[in-house]
Design a protein around this ligand. Structure first.
Ligand code: GLY
Length: 437
């Protein structure tokens, strides 16, 4: 079967890896990825030019496409591909609004009385915004309504000092039409532990994946800027050390109710649904949905799949998705980034990746943002590659991943604390404190 994967990052490298043994793989990538290019017939082009991608797919008799990033989904890539007869793993433009329009997302919770939402308000003018924030005595989160490549959300107590700074930033969001909307969404700030649940979805049925926890802060001890995730872990059994079966099931139920609501408000949601939740003292609260796999969380779950990825993709496209099975192991992913990331001076510097030594340890390499020429692999300013290991416990997987990171040489950094017993225990203690245990 000819399958096209769209997207050039580590998430898409993991998708390609999960499909590679069973399909004839084509990729449409914005830049060369050493891992993806090696395993596929690749074309370099703008993934957001959806007409061109559809033309490419038609010309190459592609039967099924898997869309990695959110931005082409927001541009309607699935609608275009389906028009030329290509089945897709990814929602059409109207259903992708679950990520591309946060106001649409929060309205669904309200209209369909779905549990787990937050207090929120959408503003299109500074007067109402200021009046609201002057009278609101809790800390807030300011979010552009549309897509901002993960860089638009600002949290009081983290990026912003207080609700006055929130006012200033929220006005900027409206004035600059940030994310494509002259609107801003203000949400209550919820305290707890964040976690991710991703699910395959065929428009109606959900097949949830093991939960994972990302680490968005750049530096160890959860210090530094909130960046692209620096690493993530998942545990045996699909739960997390601070997440009970009851909390997991409640989160999946929220996702199912949202999928049912999307089918009524837009078109059936087909693809991957990513739920970012906060486990609060009141149970799971939905922070955000993404219409795609998480990055780095895709790297935790895809290598654990026992059911063949191509069978799952076909079932999503055909609307007959059943249970998806995963190997019962823990996993740890650590992102290797340029030193100083996110403000790095090392873009263009060469790195050495001893893939053989990493694989000999039982770990995997997924390339993200690097360039490759005759002289080897070079850093850009972004995350360079993910290293993933599995084990009988998070701690066992962590030790292998940590050892594997030693085989990447150059001006690079990774968070050595991701997945360590100490940091995982800190999460558990934090959750116990919040629950008053
Ligand atoms: N892990 C965060 C994201 O994929 O958006």
């Amino acid at each position: 079967m000819k399958v096209l994967v769209v997207g050039a990052g580590a998430r898409e490298h993991a998708i390609c890896d999960a499909l590679n043994d069973d399909v004839e793989l084509y990729t449409y990538i914005s830049k060369k990825n050493p891992g993806i290019s090696r395993m596929s017939t690749y074309t370099i082009g703008d993934e957001g030019e959806v007409d061109k991608v559809a033309e490419y797919a038609k010309d190459n008799n592609i039967e099924l496409a898997v869309i990695g990033p959110e931005s082409p989904l927001g541009e309607g890539i699935v609608d275009k591909l389906e028009e030329v007869g290509v089945k897709c793993v990814g929602p059409c433009k109207s259903a992708a609004r679950i990520e591309t329009d946060k106001s649409f997302m929060r309205n669904l919770f309200e209209k369909y009385n779905i549990p787990g939402s937050l207090t929120y308000k959408v503003f299109d003018n500074t007067k109402d915004l200021n009046e609201f924030l002057d009278s609101y005595d809790k800390e807030v989160v300011v979010k552009p309504v549309g897509l901002t490549g993960g860089k638009g959300v600002k949290i009081v107590g983290d990026h912003l000092k207080d609700n006055n700074e929130a006012k200033e930033y929220a006005s900027e969001v409206i004035d600059n039409v940030m994310g494509g909307f002259a609107q801003v969404i203000i949400e209550e700030r919820v305290i707890g532990e964040e976690y991710t649940i991703q699910a395959f979805c065929d428009g109606q049925h959900l097949a949830p994946m093991p939960a994972a926890q990302d680490h968005p802060h750049a530096f160890e001890g959860d210090q530094g800027a909130i960046t692209g995730g620096m690493g993530s872990y998942s545990d045996k059994g699909g739960l997390l050390p601070f997440l009970s079966q009851e909390d997991y099931d409640a989160s999946v139920k929220i996702m199912q109710e949202v999928v049912d609501a999307i089918a009524k408000e837009a078109k059936p949601y087909k693809g991957i649904l990513y739920g970012q939740f906060m486990l609060s003292s009141d149970g799971p609260r939905l922070i955000e949905f993404n219409a795609r796999f998480g990055d780095p969380e895709a790297m935790n779950v895809l290598p654990l799949m026992k059911t063949r990825m191509i069978d799952v993709c076909k079932a999503i496209a055909d609307g007959n998705l059943d249970k998806v099975e995963f190997n019962n192991l823990a996993s740890v992913c650590k992102y290797i980034v340029p030193d100083g990331y996110p403000d790095t001076e090392y873009a263009g510097e060469k790195i050495e990746v001893d893939e053989k030594a990493i694989e000999d340890l039982g770990a995997k390499v997924f390339y993200a943002s690097v360039s490759e020429d005759d002289d080897g692999i070079k850093l850009t300013g972004s995350r360079a590659l993910g290293i993933v290991a599995q084990g009988e416990s998070i701690s066992e997987a962590e030790k292998v991943a940590e050892k594997a990171c030693e085989f990447v040489k150059g001006p690079v950094y990774h968070r050595s604390d991701v997945g360590t017993e100490e940091l995982v225990q800190k999460r558990v203690n934090h959750m116990n404190e919040i629950k008053g245990l």
